[in-house]
Design a protein around this ligand. Structure first.
Ligand SMILES: Nc1ncnc2c1ncn2[C@@H]1O[C@H](COP(=O)(O)OP(=O)(O)O)[C@@H](O)[C@H]1O
Ligand SMILES: [Mg+2]
Length: 272
């Protein structure tokens, strides 16, 4: 079942008199329970795509259908309700959260806004979410700025899943973490996805990360999606110049050629 479909999305920026087309004619879809990886060099339009999907800015043209609804024309109560179904995890958690807020406030925020759990049960729900992401419930009282990078990303994930979304958009969510912490977070995300049947739009400049979690990949280059396909097909035989450049850059970092990642995603079973 198609969860999200994007058709001919376009967004440009006007900056110091220059016109930058950040996203041009982008079309793709994500099935329920599927992870679509978006790979692309810096400046290729990945974060703009994330912002457009999350409604943080409007597109200049195009259509977004999410859970069968015209996502761009939703308003008021319908929009508020539907918003809780799509959540995000960004790279810079400190920038996204109030730095002096406690972990409990940070995770409780979407629960309060979307009223997903009655007030008397919120503390217990926050403890449950912390445990879901591998943190003890004692973390609830600690300020976010005291946490390590990996712990902060776990809090960001707990916050994202608090409203039981069907889609989580992750923009360079593990890029700031060292490899061991990164792999543990990727494992957590894969496990949560299986348990909650969520879809992920997983954005990264790093194909090694996307290889570990994505069923399918889309390659972005200068605002356009130049290639989509099953992850293993693209990594083994990239068709676009941008895809070939990303694969070559990934292989260069791996002595002896092929990457052996600790995380293995099961074989994709989705129709393209
Ligand atoms: N707020 C902005 N104002 C002007 N140009 C921007 C803005 N945000 C991004 N851009 C430009 O749009 C293009 C795509 O950026 P971005 O979506 O951040 O790419 P990525 O996430 O792949 O690095 C780049 O050329 C970038 O410089
Ligand atoms: Mg970006």
């Amino acid at each position: 079942m198609t969860l999200l479909s994007v058709e001919n999305l376009r967004r440009r920026y006007v900056s110091t008199g220059r016109d930058i087309v950040a996203v041009e004619n982008a079309t793709f879809s994500i099935a329920a329970g599927e992870t679509l990886g978006i790979a692309g060099a810096s400046g290729s339009g990945k974060s703009t795509m994330a912002r457009l999907l999350l409604g943080l800015m409007p597109p200049d043209a195009g259509k977004i259908t999410f859970e069968g609804q015209d996502w761009l024309s939703l308003k008021g109560k319908d929009l508020r309700r539907q918003r809780s179904r799509m959540q995000m995890v960004f790279q810079d958690v400190l920038g996204a959260f109030h730095p002096t807020a406690t972990v409990g406030e940070t995770i409780g925020d979407p629960i309060r806004v979307h009223r997903t759990v009655p007030k008397p049960q919120r503390t217990r729900e926050i403890a449950r979410l912390l445990e879901r992401v591998g943190l003890s419930s004692d973390f609830a009282g600690r300020p976010v700025y005291e946490l390590s990078g990996g712990q902060r990303q776990r809090v960001a994930i707990a916050r994202a899943i608090a409203t039981r979304p069907s889609l989580v958009v992750l923009d360079e969510a593990v890029s700031a973490l060292d490899v061991q912490v990164r792999n543990r977070i990727l494992e957590l995300l894969v496990e949560l996805q299986r348990e909650e049947n969520m879809s992920y739009l997983f954005i990264s400049h790093d194909l090694a990360v996307l290889r570990a979690v994505s069923h399918r990949l889309a390659i972005m280059d200068a605002g356009r999606i130049v290639e989509t396909g099953h992850t293993s097909d693209i990594i083994e035989q990239p068709q676009s110049a941008a895809g070939r450049a990303l694969v070559a850059a990934t292989l260069r970092l791996m002595p002896g050629g092929r990457q052996t990642n600790t995380i293995q995603q099961s074989e994709p079973t989705y129709d393209i």
